[in-house]
Design a protein around this ligand. Sequence first.
Ligand code: B1M
Length: 233
Amino acid sequence: MSDNQYDEDIDLGSLSDDELVEQMHDDLYDGIDEEIAEGTQILLDRDWTPDRVLNDALVSGMNIVGIDFRDGILFVPEVLMAANAMKAGMAILRPLLAETGAEPIGKAVIGTVKGDIHDIGKNLVGMMWEGAGFEVIDIGINNPVENYLSALEEHKPDILGMSALLTTTMPYMKVVIDTLIEQGIRDDYIVLVGGAPLNEEFGIAVGADAYCRDAAVAVETAKHMISERRARG
Ligand code: B1M
């Protein structure tokens, strides 16, 4: 999106607020983590509140990345770099946000199912959720149902996310959801599933609330389902 040769000469501190935010959107898109960290600090030094920096400079920039990822303009390596740049800004904001009591928009537990060690897609979904303002607890790979249950018990999230990349491991999602049903806690959570071999019919068949084709859809779906659930009371 931006011209890196030109960017090298930019003194971020000399930009107006609007120009700096626009530059940070470009830096997120280009995955330049040092500039995101510097821009974040400059906005804070200009008395921006942490949640304004998060929403106006970082989350809105990440939305642009998410849209271009969904539309096939950006690919996984670029999105991982953008997510890492986002994390550089988040690392500065996280303690300040906690201090000011700004609430995350929701909480999510995510993990790859038992027998499956693929984690790139799961990590991307977790990062994009974080970028959208969710608190994310990533329980890693190769998770038996007991791991999901203990993470749900401990963290009490709004959302349970499961990832599977193998046709041999994706049926395990049903084992997890059936166990939630048996324990009478299925409706306490929004269950979202994803991974390359899955599809919408599979999501319905295993009893998930939704199948998410990619990380951008996972963000849209999580936001939409949380606000629907809260509106219902
Ligand atoms: Co594996 N592997 N692999 N592999 N691997 C696949 C999945 C495979 C399709 C390759 C192939 O044969 N063409 C194939 C599966 C075939 C099948 O089941 N039908 C396969 C196989 C067979 C295997 C092994 C069995 C190989 C072997 O050992 N003989 C083995 C299994 C290991 C195991 O898990 N037990 C294996 C191992 C590995 C590596 C370790 C080498 C490595 C994983 C490294 C890692 O993850 N750290 C690996 C890789 C890299 C792949 C491919 C090439 C790439 C996967 C990937 O990261 N994609 C993959 C081929 C492919 O998919 N093209 C392949 C990028 C990632 C961003 O996309 O994960 O789809 P994806 O995530 C997307 C969406 O799916 C969605 O959003 C993400 C971002 O947009 N999404 C979610 C994912 N999870 C979500 C969760 C959500 C929501 C959305 O929750 C709400």
